[in-house]
Design a protein around this ligand. Sequence first.
Ligand code: MRU
Length: 361
Amino acid sequence: MRIDGVWHRSVRIDEADGWSVRILDQTRLPWAVEWLRLVDEDQVAHAIRSMQTRGAPLIGATAAYGVALAMRRDPSALEGVCAMLAETRPTAINLRWAIDRMLGALRNLPVQDRTAAAYAEAAAIADDDAATCEAIGRNGLPLIAEIAARKPRVNILTHCNAGWLATVDWGTALAPIYMAHDAGIPVHVWVDETRPRNQGAALTAFELGAHGVAHTVVADNAGGHLMQHGQVDLVIVGTDRVTRTGDVANKIGTYLKALAARDNGVPFWVALPHSTLDMRVGDGVAEIPIEERSPAEVTDLTGRTADGRIETIRVAAAGSPAANPAFDVTPARLVTGLITERGRIPATPDAIAAMYPEKAA
Ligand code: MRU
């Protein structure tokens, strides 16, 4: 990712001390670019729960570094630390995937060898995510290039944030868009604001702006209208969990975009790394746990005042209760296809099993 011309990863080891973990505080974006320093597993857990760091692949990689920080203090605490970190958010399967990978790498090692191995495994997870997302970008690029061959500008709608702020680098849904832009293809992105936490308006718009990609923030409810009027060529979203049948969990509101896309004949693509596949789940609507977050995220809004203060104000009527399901599930039948690091496939059980035979086994 590029901020002010400098390339960063969304999670990294602190260059000065060589062991603590740096993340961008995403609760402060887009108003302030602040790198937090995390020194133990409790700070990592807090950062994930409070969404200082977020996005399915990124919380997996950050949790892996959280295990490394914990091993530094007490390498005998492996199982308890992993159980604690795995509980921080329930929907994104990448978190459990990363924790399971750490457990697999460390469990059978003598305690004195665990710290170095944990840092190495966390770094491997981060490297894997960056390379995977880059490959997703390459595999999604032709979808945009095909449209560009017959239109002067490609209009893409995306929901939430599935860019480099949600991964170690590149992003999933946004990776093909960055590559198209870098290849000189005129792209324009409709950015759903993504209430209640506004990951679109705050984070996706910030990322696209930093990369110089043309974009327009729209209210969440505008997508159907834009599609009816031929202003969306393609929808690309990220995901927090894809089942073996191709059902897709993603930020609340994704399902409504898929319905509108189907009604208007707009292709609806989902970008995902291998770590987002959950082959144990068949029926996404029935089986994927949906995170319920604080009602305050719905009743309140945070923004920057004209004099530069970051403030939260209530926008809902005083005393009215609110509900806050953070994700929904788009059934596979509404998904045009999946963009993976291995290629593009239909969202069907056979295609998924054939693309990932080692997971199907
Ligand atoms: O609650 P968040 O902000 O962590 O939700 C993130 C999303 O829904 C993303 O679309 C998803 O994690 C894919 S990120 C590459």
